[in-house]
Design a protein around this ligand. Structure first.
Ligand SMILES: NC(=O)C1=CN([C@@H]2O[C@H](COP(=O)(O)OP(=O)(O)OC[C@H]3O[C@@H](n4cnc5c(N)ncnc54)[C@H](OP(=O)(O)O)[C@@H]3O)[C@@H](O)[C@H]2O)C=CC1
Ligand SMILES: O=C(O)CCCC(=O)O
Length: 483
């Protein structure tokens, strides 16, 4: 890897103002999923280190909260600018630890740096309220104050973006934040920490800790000093965090699993639908919580759609993300390969037809062929569980009501997509879908101006938009009497 600024490749955790290196054999090895090579070793911090990070955040909390929002915004803006200036280097670091192609990595970095810029501005607009009083001698005033020290636990699929989405609103609202990145992809988090320090964020305001997830999660959940935990990852760990933090009634933002339905109605623009499905399904090799997981297509167009999707999927160029023109990287690990294989085998057992892919790729390791199947049964495993891999299962439907019922038949409710050119249907279907996000005639839905998040078992809270910062403030009502 040839970086313009090699100091951005950092394997030390940041606790307070101290950088802590891995101590001998106890460190966590970070591997490149493209070839399995070890690229760095980060420290496995002790419980005392995590408590040290909480203490450092505590020491700076009052000062950070008391600063005028415009001062915090200026620092966030500087951090944002440094990320943008160094996006090429950050993309290389992201690609070698996560596997996605460089262009996609850079896209992640730039589109998510935008959350820092957005929330730097939103922090200036955390308005309270003066409520018309029900009594003449009283006034009702509502303040919004920073919630306190926040902890973030982030996944490997967006190693950079999931951090700026959480740190942006927390820091802008006046809350220090401690980030525990996924053990498979800590280097992007640490490069962000290098730039945060360079931008002038005071020690303790933004920290990155690495180590054993269950220990760190436990310390966060049980610490009375941590006011809020923001998590993106599996529903299973989200559920565990709720249970573990129940004693303290901690505030949680949870962005959990999805099982997005993608509906193609008879009146859809077929080319646009195929293009949208390629993005919604195969971006990040299918490892996105908003990835289309089940594709429902009207019976009159299913063969044509399936043929075109299979052709487009078979043409995707796989390769190491650092090579030019590559469109698909490897899966994150062999567990992901096992899962897609299980979903394919189950669908085949229930009568599905394989149109393309279906095998481990000749590149070996965790590489897998982009796969399209048709005639998939609506009770196949792939229709019920998030595959998180490049498998597009196509299921046919005959009526709009049937399509909506199939789409809503899930305990998850993060994203849904549909393609239609009938305006009345657009509103009917959008209103009927039980998800937090609906992509209509598009396969790409995330941006900093929009509230991203799910309903049902897909989570709690929203990231982005003016609503995103509300998760990081508490309301306080002042009842002023005797006036
Ligand atoms: N919503 C989304 O975007 C994501 C969804 N997923 C879903 O989850 C599946 C499994 O992926 P996986 O990586 O195992 O997801 P996890 O939920 O296990 O990991 C996400 C983050 O949680 C941490 N974590 C794991 N266990 C605990 C714990 N007990 N306490 C606190 N933190 C914990 C991980 O740390 P560490 O890495 O150190 O284990 C990582 O930082 C995927 O196949 C996909 O279906 C996964 C990632 C993102
Ligand atoms: O997978 C996630 O957790 C977030 C997806 C972000 C994006 O779609 O850019």
């Amino acid at each position: 890897m040839k970086l313009n600024d090699p100091t951005l490749f950092c394997a030390d955790a940041l606790v307070g103002g101290n950088w802590i290196a891995a101590d001998g054999p106890d460190g966590i090895a970070v591997t490149n999923p493209a070839d399995g090579s070890v690229i760095a070793t980060v420290p496995s911090l002790s419980e005392a280190d995590i408590q040290g990070a909480i203490a450092a955040a505590k020491a700076v909390r009052a000062d950070w909260a008391a600063r005028p929002a415009r001062q915090r915004a200026a620092l966030l803006r500087r951090w944002h600018d440094l990320i943008v200036e160094n996006a090429d280097d950050l993309a290389q670091i992201l690609t070698v630890e996560q596997g996605k192609p460089l262009a996609e990595a850079k896209g992640e970095i730039l589109s998510n740096a935008a959350y820092l810029e957005w929330f730097a501005e939103e922090g200036k607009r955390i308005y309270g309220e003066v409520v018309p009083s029900p009594a003449p001698d009283r006034r009702v005033i509502v303040l919004k104050q920073p919630i306190g020290i926040c902890a973030a636990i982030t996944p490997w699929n967006f190693p950079n973006g999931m951090i700026t989405r959480k740190a942006g609103p927390a820091l802008a609202a006046g809350c220090p934040i401690i980030v525990k990145p996924a053990s498979q992809t800590p280097l992007s988090a640490l490069s962000l920490a290098v730039l945060a320090e360079r931008a002038g964020l005071p020690a303790g305001v933004f920290q990155v800790v690495t180590g054993k997830a269950s220990m760190i999660g436990h310390v966060f959940c049980k610490s009375p000093d941590i006011a809020k935990i923001s998590f993106t990852g599996s529903t299973e760990v989200g559920r565990w965090l709720i249970r573990e933090s129940a004693d303290d009634i901690k505030k949680l933002s949870l962005e959990l699993g999805g099982n997005a339905p993608f509906l193609v109605f008879e009146d859809a623009d077929l080319d646009a639908a195929v293009e949208g499905a390629m993005i919604a399904k195969f971006r990040n090799s299918g490892q996105t919580c908003v990835c289309a997981n089940r594709i429902y297509v009207h019976e009159n167009i299913v063969e044509a759609f399936a043929k075109r999707l299979a052709k487009a999927a078979s043409e995707l160029k796989l390769g190491s993300g650092t090579q030019p023109c590559v469109e698909q990287g490897p899966l994150i690990d062999m567990a992901a390969v096992d899962k897609i294989e299980a979903h394919i085998a189950d669908a085949l057992d229930r009568g599905a037809r394989l149109l393309t892919g279906g095998q481990r790729h000749a590149l070996g390791g965790s590489w897998f062929e982009p796969t399209v199947m048709v005639d998939v049964s609506s009770d196949a495993l792939v229709a019920r569980e998030e595959t998180f891999a490049p498998l597009a299962p196509i299921i046919s439907f005959s009526t709009e009501a049937e399509a909506i019922a199939l789409a809503n038949d899930s305990e998850f409710g993060l994203a849904a997509y549909f393609y239609s050119r009938d305006l009345a249907r657009v509103f009917r279907v959008a209103e009927a879908l039980e998800t937090g996000i609906v992509g209509i005639n598009t396969g790409m839905i995330a941006n900093e101006a929009a509230p991203f998040g799910g309903i049902k078992q897909s989570g709690l809270g929203r990231e982005g938009s003016r609503h995103g910062i509300e998760d990081y403030v508490e309301m306080k009502y002042l009842c002023i009497a005797g006036l």
